[in-house]
Design a protein around this ligand. Structure first.
Ligand code: TMP
Length: 253
């Protein structure tokens, strides 16, 4: 990593100023955290895998007409992004009961939900990302009603596309988390686009036949072989060779 000043350091990524106004670099670390960083580890190679998986997913979503902040991958750990004003919400889409919804409503993990459910959480580590309703979001000006409509519509389109993409490679998309940002067009009109990353850190991915977990729950629940599971996701998506190396080398870090 270079000696550039980070603009923002998160738990798994670092954001630097980009080469031109309105651009950013996103660097993927190997750090893993869970339970609001009470549990921490360094998982060698995780950042490289998430960079590649997120690139693959964001590029495909872009091709489907979903606007994203992703411009291009630069090397093994970095991407060039369009700068956005991050909306301080985590948007979770769930297809199958798992994690916090199973706990909150006493559901059995693995049971399909009656329909896909979209939830909002306020992105605030000090408050442990509390779940919020539209009332809180609009009253506290985190997003407008129109932003929310756009986020929900995009989240459901992402869900449809990703569910099919993963099912084609024998993976069930249980749930995932998205983040969105605002950009302004020539007339200063705000528009919401997809931001952050989509990777096994931010999704629950189960093998469609065995229900084996291929995501960050392996770390949260001490199941072991975390990066091996992420590599398996990359391999099935065709972005990793059978021998374990990623296809088509990026430029050196
Ligand atoms: P949850 O069941 O713990 O609420 O998680 C729902 C989904 O959101 C799951 O795919 C994991 C993802 N997630 C994140 O990406 N970051 C987070 O901080 C949390 C709590 C969940």
């Amino acid at each position: 990593m270079s000696s550039r000043e980070p603009l923002y350091e998160g738990k798994a990524k670092i954001i630097f100023k980009g080469p031109e106004d309105g651009t950013l670099f996103q660097y993927f670390k190997d750090d893993a955290t869970a339970f609001n960083a009470q549990k921490k580890a360094v998982l060698e190679g995780k950042g490289v895998l998430n960079n590649r998986i997120s690139e693959f997913v964001m590029e495909n979503l872009g091709r489907m007409g979903i606007p994203t902040h992703f411009i291009k991958r630069l090397n093994m750990r970095e991407q060039l992004l369009r700068e956005v004003e991050i909306i301080p919400l985590e948007v979770v889409v769930r297809n199958v009961a798992a994690g916090s919804i199973a706990k909150r409503f006493g559901l059995t993990e693995g049971d399909p939900l009656p329909r896909s459910i979209v939830e909002f959480y306020y992105k605030n580590d000090a408050l442990e990302d509390p779940m919020v309703a539209e009332e809180h979001i609009t009253a506290f000006n985190w997003a407008t009603t129109q932003d929310m409509d756009e986020m929900i519509a995009m989240a459901l389109r992402v869900n449809d596309y990703l569910s099919g993409m993963f099912m084609a490679v024998g993976i069930r998309l249980i749930d995932f988390k998205l983040e969105f940002g605002r950009v302004y067009d020539q007339n200063d009109m705000p528009r919401v686009i997809l931001a952050d990353e989509i990777s096994p850190d931010s999704c629950r991915l189960w093998d469609a036949h065995t229900n084996e977990k291929l995501d960050k729950d392996r770390f949260r629940r001490d199941l072991g072989n975390v990066t091996e599971a992420y590599a398996e996701v990359a391999r099935r998506l065709g972005i990793m060779k059978e021998n374990g190396s990623v296809t088509e080398e990026g430029s050196p870090e």
